[in-house]
Design a protein around this ligand. Structure first.
Ligand code: SAM
Length: 213
């Protein structure tokens, strides 16, 4: 996702610390306390400009959502959307998901969404893919037993790689959809990338997988 320099980003982060949580490591094991309702927490990794997570938080007031976005200039755009929506079941954090265990305690999260993750097509960059085994290990740790990963992408190579990675890890494939938009699903919340690629006629792939324990 293209990043533009936003001179106001630091001010925005400073002024909205109840929404984009600073020092998220301090909340490890205590995220539930930051929400007004005690209910399952779902995580989106690589939230981008926030269309999906804001839409999900509106659609599911009985779930608490946390979006993780590593790019400062992008997380503030998600922050603007979240502010406008005025939701009390949505928080954001501006960190790299490679260090997920520093921010979340075992079993603190009920589901993880990976939407249009960067494909990193070169073999030597395999470890950066968000569905690489080392990431799956972290997800398994922070998720509740049998917790789910819901993954959407337009990238067939990344999708095939990820299905193999989930399977090699011993995860259960609950759903594999090779063309998500063939039938209109009123509950599907589109991400910014999903809108862009599906408008070009590209199929959108989705999988739903769960850990065995
Ligand atoms: N999910 C959005 C969508 O579907 O429109 C954005 C997709 S964009 C291709 C991938 C996003 O993931 C970028 O905003 C990028 O900064 C973020 N990202 C990539 N690696 C990340 C990581 N390790 N931790 C947190 N965010 C990450």
């Amino acid at each position: 996702m293209r990043q533009r320099y936003k001179p106001w980003a630091d001010d925005f982060l400073h002024n909205h610390q109840n929404l984009i949580i600073p020092n998220p490591g301090k909340q490890r094991g205590k995220w539930q306390k930051l929400f007004s309702e005690n209910q399952p927490i779902h995580l989106e990794i690589g939230t981008g400009k926030g269309q999906f997570i804001v839409g999900m938080a509106k659609q599911h007031p009985d779930i608490n959502f946390i979006g993780i976005e590593v790019a400062k200039s992008i997380v503030v755009t998600a922050g603007e959307k979240a502010l406008e929506a005025g939701l009390d079941n949505l928080l954001l954090i501006h960190v790299d998901a490679s260090h997920l265990l520093e921010y979340f305690a075992p079993g603190e999260i009920s589901a993880i969404y990976l939407n249009f993750s960067d494909p990193w097509p070169k073999n030597r960059h395999e470890k950066r893919r968000l569905t690489f085994s080392a990431f799956l290990k972290q997800y398994e740790e922070v998720l509740i037993p049998k917790g789910e990963i819901i993954f959407k992408t337009d990238n067939r190579g990344l999708f095939e790689y990820s299905l193999c990675s989930f399977s090699a890890y011993g995860m259960l494939l609950e759903e594999v959809n090779l063309d998500l938009h063939v039938i209109e699903d009123p509950l599907n919340i589109m991400t910014e990338y999903e809108e862009k690629f599906s408008a070009k006629g590209q199929p959108i792939y989705r999988s739903r997988t769960s850990f065995k324990n």
